[in-house]
Ligand binder design. Structure first.
Ligand code: GDP
Ligand code: FE
Ligand code: FE
Ligand code: FE
Length: 193
């Protein structure tokens, strides 16, 4: 069984070949931020690095690839009403398993949930990938420094901060909100109330 570090070396070229340079560089920065959060939170840094590197593997796939994978894996047909923003995690995890051969269920679950988060039972690795994607050093949006500060203090408070900010941002833009984004927010709001 290959170690996480061996798997990371083995898949890096494949990830790069699927992505624009800008997005690949984002994946490398998510990997680096995930390592840092893993060290702070008692998670294997190699596992976090691998999850961070591959999290957006499917982001640039054509729509038909996602629609075919939804059928092939018998996923919820309602997914077809959404878009790449949601598919690349939820459906992308299956492509990562099938095409990169990564079968660690904790890594695949972290990819599934990296866009929407999950309720308070989410794994520490899933919290790390969710936060590293949001806070990596190339991100520059109002509130990113505050997010980094909070997350250094408490990973859980960081997750709730991101869920609050993302939900308000999407609503302020009049965007459709995926139900899981709401339920994740509500579960953490209850937890911290
Ligand atoms: P990225 O893949 O590194 O760009 O980051 P994410 O996977 O976290 O998010 C992808 C996109 O989906 C971002 O533009 C988010 O703002 C957006 N997004 C997150 N949640 C939702 C949602 O519930 N509905 C919609 N429409 N977009 C969302
Ligand atoms: Fe993503
Ligand atoms: Fe994200
Ligand atoms: Fe990302």
């Amino acid at each position: 069984m290959a170690t996480y570090a061996q798997q990371l070396k083995a898949v890096e070229g494949q990830v790069q070949s699927q992505l624009s340079d800008g997005r690949f560089q984002h994946c490398l920065r998510v990997k680096d931020y995930a390592i840092r959060l893993a060290q702070q939170n008692g998670v294997d840094p190699d596992q976090a690095a691998l999850a961070g590197l591959v999290h957006d593997y499917a982001k640039e796939r054509p729509t038909e690839d996602f629609l075919a994978a939804i059928d092939r894996h018998h996923l919820d047909p309602d997914l077809k009403n959404w878009s790449r923003a949601i598919w690349h995690g939820v459906v992308g995890a299956y492509m990562i398993k099938d095409e990169l051969g990564i079968d660690d269920p904790t890594i695949l679950d972290a990819v599934v949930n990296h866009t929407t988060g999950e309720g308070v039972t989410m794994s520490t690795l899933a919290k790390i990938v969710f936060m590293a994607d949001y806070l990596e050093l190339g991100r520059d949006f109002p509130g990113v420094e505050e997010g980094r500060r909070i997350t250094d203090q408490s990973l859980d408070q960081g997750v709730f901060y991101q869920l609050k900010e993302t939900l308000s941002f999407l609503a302020s833009q009049g965007k459709l909100i995926y139900p899981k984004t709401f339920t994740s927010y509500n579960d953490w709001a209850k937890h911290f109330s």
